[in-house]
Design a protein around this ligand. Structure first.
Ligand SMILES: C[S@@+](CC[C@H](N)C(=O)[O-])C[C@H]1O[C@@H](n2cnc3c(N)ncnc32)[C@H](O)[C@@H]1O
Length: 244
């Protein structure tokens, strides 16, 4: 049973992409029992935070690692049920390993409850899959270089016949598309706030998507997806063996 209050551990829970109903049943059960909720405020829907009866709710936005870990260790040692809520799935760009390492040093165990990553909310918004037969057998998830990453591998990765999904790229769409090895007419979309009520989908090609996203005022919380798979039923797919 998740959330036995006698366990001295921290639960890392994936909140999902935004829609509060896209958290897992297990994640929601933990939120319902949490005494302390430490959440990534910029991307976790406040509605989800409000649903939890936790007495202590702390937005980790702008907090240093040491302060976050100190809070989690202190509350776990005091016998509280501590939930660390990450946007999407904690395994993607969640910087959880460094938190887990510090918790380990303090003798605190961690359990992880996966979540729906934003890339899958994007596929749902586009009513497509990333691997239509004859179009793409591969999904590459990556991010561009920027303030917190020196070098990326966009030029190299884009040589594969794959669907490419770029996280953390909203400020870098021009740089990303300039590095892509795929033809300029390759379909591309930018999805802002997938699954939120203000979700926006901008459709274009590698040649014009950065310009279109800029014209729409998208500067954060968006994914860039590149490849014919974004066209869904118009992608030129072949029928799969699964249903033939
Ligand atoms: C720190 S990463 C966290 C990713 C998260 N762990 C996940 O699985 O979706 C933040 C980036 O994820 C993407 N992102 C998160 N939620 C999103 C959403 N609802 N719609 C579009 N992109 C989103 C954006 O690229 C954003 O810059």
């Amino acid at each position: 049973m998740p959330g036995n209050k006698s366990d001295p551990l921290i639960w890392f829970v994936g909140a999902g992409p935004g829609d509060p109903e896209l958290i897992t049943v297990k994640g929601k059960a933990l939120l319902d029992k949490a005494d302390v909720l430490l959440y990534a405020g910029s991307l976790v829907n406040p509605e989800l935070v409000a649903l939890s009866p936790a007495i202590e709710k702390v937005d980790s936005w702008g907090m240093q690692l040491d302060a976050m870990v100190a809070l989690m260790v202190d509350r776990a040692r005091a016998g509280k049920l501590v939930v660390r809520l990450h946007s999407g799935d904690p395994a993607l760009y969640g910087s959880i390993v460094e938190q887990i390492a510090e918790l380990k040093k303090a003798g605190i165990a961690v359990r992880i409850v996966p979540g729906v990553s934003s890339v899958f909310a994007a596929a749902a918004a586009l009513t497509t899959e990333f691997t239509p037969r004859g179009v793409s057998e591969t999904l590459i998830i990556t991010r561009p270089a920027g303030k917190t990453l020196e070098k990326d591998f966009i030029a190299e990765l884009s040589q594969y016949p794959a669907t490419l999904a770029f996280y953390l790229g909203s400020e870098h769409f021009f740089e990303i598309t300039a590095k892509l090895a795929c033809p300029p007419e390759t379909p591309a979309v930018v999805i802002y706030h997938a699954s939120w009520p203000d979700q926006k989908i901008i459709s274009g090609t590698v040649a014009d998507i950065a310009q279109k996203a800029q014209a729409s005022g998208i500067t954060r919380s968006a994914l860039l997806i590149v490849g014919r798979a974004v066209l869904g039923t118009d992608s030129g797919y072949q029928r799969s063996h699964l249903y033939s």
